[in-house]
Design a protein around this ligand. Structure first.
Ligand code: PMP
Length: 359
């Protein structure tokens, strides 16, 4: 009876993962207790943590000079942890403003550093991403930050910005593990867990070794990357059950053939959905420039409130749920993260065709 859940996050988890968690809910093998009830310093949890880390390394092909951290506070905590850890003696940081989430990251960074906005988009312009050669060049910034996928409007980068003189930092909350990319272009990547890694409860942080150890004095210990690297993300009690579920998700992704294999499926899912949107442009309007349409969050709007309400009601009756868009933009948003089965997209596409024929 599980529905196809198009929520932008917390999002659908693989059914196989939920079933395994269910089977081990009361007693984790050989522990006679739940993962929730065992020590974060004990061997059983430490091996879960180390499996999670090594699977992340394998999935993203991380070189040894990158650390993997599971930190509290979700991606929003990284909005302040990044400037606190990476500014060092520099005061200037650069941010590409491409949507709501990059804006939030930038606002938070302004508390700790002088922010240079390298793309001057207005909110109404959040429909395309300017080519990086048009961005303001800032060579003396501690880093350049951008949001690889803007979850709210449904904009995704189809390139890695050139940042030869500065450290590149990316918020990949809503598209990490969805496609292959070259990690070595980045100094730091972070992602909230609740889309492609597991349930909400931590942020995954991947940071290059030479960038740690220069946190501002005011940095709380919990968010000091160097201290957390030393403590294996366990400076305090980590969200053990969430890390366990994420470890199951990483293993599941490896079983699917890893990131390269899921990338193909993700491309196909998004292509099918955009094809039906483009086939009925009067009914389903997507505002985003074709070159940067998100593969993860497909947004579209119907022409009026009556059709909007009817669409939501009829789709939900078929088990297609949480299609309503973010409160800022309204309309619809179908999030197609790794755990959304292709069959869910096929059902949505066939519903959208039927809906179009009926109006
Ligand atoms: N960045 C992006 C791109 C997001 O989509 C979100 C959450 N939707 C966040 C940051 C904030 O994440 P969290 O709620 O984990 O703090």
């Amino acid at each position: 009876m599980r529905a196809y859940n198009f929520s932008a996050g917390p999002a659908m988890l693989p059914t196989a993962v939920m079933e395994q968690a269910q089977a081990e809910f009361l007693e984790y093998p050989n522990e006679y207790a739940s993962v929730m009830e065992i020590s974060h310093r004990g061997d059983a949890f430490l091996s879960i943590l180390s499996a999670a880390e090594s699977d992340v390394r394998e999935l993203l092909q991380l070189p040894n000079n990158y650390h993997v951290l599971f930190l509290p506070g979700g991606a929003s905590a990284q909005f302040f942890a990044v400037p606190m850890n990476l500014c060092g003696k520099q005061t200037k940081v650069a941010y590409a403003n491409t949507g709501l989430w990059s804006q939030k990251a930038m606002q938070e960074a302004k508390r700790y550093a002088d922010v240079v906005e390298v793309t001057q988009l207005q909110e109404t312009d959040y429909v395309s991403i300017p080519a990086s050669h048009t961005w303001t060049q800032v060579n003396d910034a501690a880093y350049l930050h951008y949001t690889d996928n803007e979850t709210v409007s449904g904009i995704e980068f189809n390139f890695i910005p050139q940042a030869s003189h500065v450290t590149l930092v990316s918020d990949m909350s809503s598209n990490i593990f969805s496609r292959v990319f070259d990690v070595t272009q980045f100094g730091l990547i972070y992602a909230g867990a609740q889309k492609n890694s597991g349930p909400a409860g931590f942020a995954l942080v991947i940071v290059r070794d030479d960038l740690i150890g220069q946190a501002l004095k005011i940095t709380p210990s919990l968010f000091d990357y160097a201290l957390q690297v030393k403590a294996h993300s366990s400076l305090n009690t980590p969200p053990t059950y969430n890390i366990y579920l994420a470890a199951l998700c990483f293993r599941w992704l490896k079983q699917q053939g890893g990131v390269a294999a899921i990338e193909k499926i993700n491309a196909r899912k998004a292509q099918k959905l955009y094809a039906v949107i483009d086939r009925y442009p009067e009914l389903y309007r997507n505002r985003i420039d074709v070159s940067c349409r998100s593969r993860m969050n497909v947004t579209f709007a119907l022409p009026n409130d009556t059709l909007h309400a009817r669409f939501l009601q009829q789709s939900a009756a078929l088990g297609l749920i949480n299609l309503e868009g973010h409160r800022t933009y309204g309309g619809m948003r179908a999030s197609l993260y790794n755990a959304m089965p292709e069959a869910g997209v096929d059902l949505l596409v066939s519903f959208m065709k039927d809906f179009a024929s009926a109006v």
